[in-house]
Design a protein around this ligand. Structure first.
Ligand code: NAD
Length: 253
């Protein structure tokens, strides 16, 4: 079976992806700040470079796939840190492992969010896409955490679409999964929050299918996008959100 690398496999959605891929018989190399095969802090360039070097050493013949799942929610009271992990910790890992993925004509799944289209700070998203990390970090401190979070998630999806042709030219397929509300340690904290808890429960009740997602729902979609049966799906953003995006943006496809 295949050999996959992933970021953020310690808890939540990432842990479910790791478990599913391993149950399917694959080897999965997990990069995370804790409980991982490769411990690395993706908030710093040094951490990202160390992670890339270690994954390359562990998968010398190349990678069949890469999943970038490490991320911080808007509940984290440090907007530069959210920016560093969610955006730069995604695109720099992908770029650093491009050759390894090309060696085996691998597939990439980026974990975005269904909050991405709701971002209201195009200036922040443009800064991210320009690659100016120092300026993006500075700007992130001037806007609300939710705009930082949704901005990083929109930027990873747009980075993916901008680079699809380059990666496909060397045999790599890229797609993104955009989860909606999924119960994980990240959301658990917000559900318990005395200020935001009631609003979150109301939000959960508005999910069209009538229930919040489980990490396994995101893992099923990710596994599908990695497998050869999805070979003609490339550059797509798959909303795995119980219908919420359709309700938020009924006339945009
Ligand atoms: P989680 O907190 O359970 O998992 C996040 C993972 O990222 C953890 O394993 C954590 O250790 C790792 N991580 C955090 N900072 C890191 C760093 N500096 N370096 C390396 N690893 C680091 O959260 P989750 O809900 O499972 O979220 C997983 C992904 O899904 C995130 O990218 C998140 O933005 C996205 N997402 C989640 C939801 C949801 O409702 N849960 C919705 C949309 C998108």
């Amino acid at each position: 079976m295949g050999i996959y690398a992933m970021t953020g496999g310690a808890t939540g959605i990432g842990a479910a992806i790791k478990q599913r891929l391993r149950e399917e018989g694959n080897q999965v190399i997990v990069v995370d700040i804790k409980d991982a095969d490769i411990i690395a802090d993706l908030s710093s360039r040094a951490g990202r470079e160390a992670a890339v070097t270690a994954v390359r050493a562990a998968a010398a013949d190349g990678l069949d796939g890469l999943i970038t799942c490490a991320g911080l929610g808007s509940n984290v009271p440090n907007c530069p840190l959210i920016t560093q992990v969610n955006y730069f910790g995604t695109v720099e890992i992908i770029a650093g492992l491009k050759d390894s993925l090309a060696a085996k004509r691998g597939a990439i799944v980026l974990i975005s969010s269904n909050s991405a289209p709701m971002n209201r700070s195009p200036e922040f998203v443009d800064l991210l896409l320009s690659g100016n990390e120092a300026e993006a970090l500075r700007f992130s401190e001037t806007i609300a955490a939710q705009e930082v979070y949704s901005g990083t998630k929109q930027a990873v999806a747009r980075w993916m679409r901008r680079h699809v042709a380059d990666y496909a030219a060397v045999g790599i397929r890229m797609n993104a999964v955009a989860p909606g509300y999924t119960q994980t340690p990240m959301t658990e904290q917000v559900e318990k929050d005395p200020t935001y808890g009631a609003a979150i429960r109301e939000f959960m009740a508005s999910i069209p299918v009538g229930f919040p997602g489980k990490p396994e729902d995101q893992a099923a979609a990710t596994s599908f996008l990695l497998r050869p049966e999805s070979r003609f799906i490339c550059g797509s953003v798959l909303y795995v959100d119980g219908g919420h995006d359709a309700v938020f943006r009924p006339d945009q496809v």
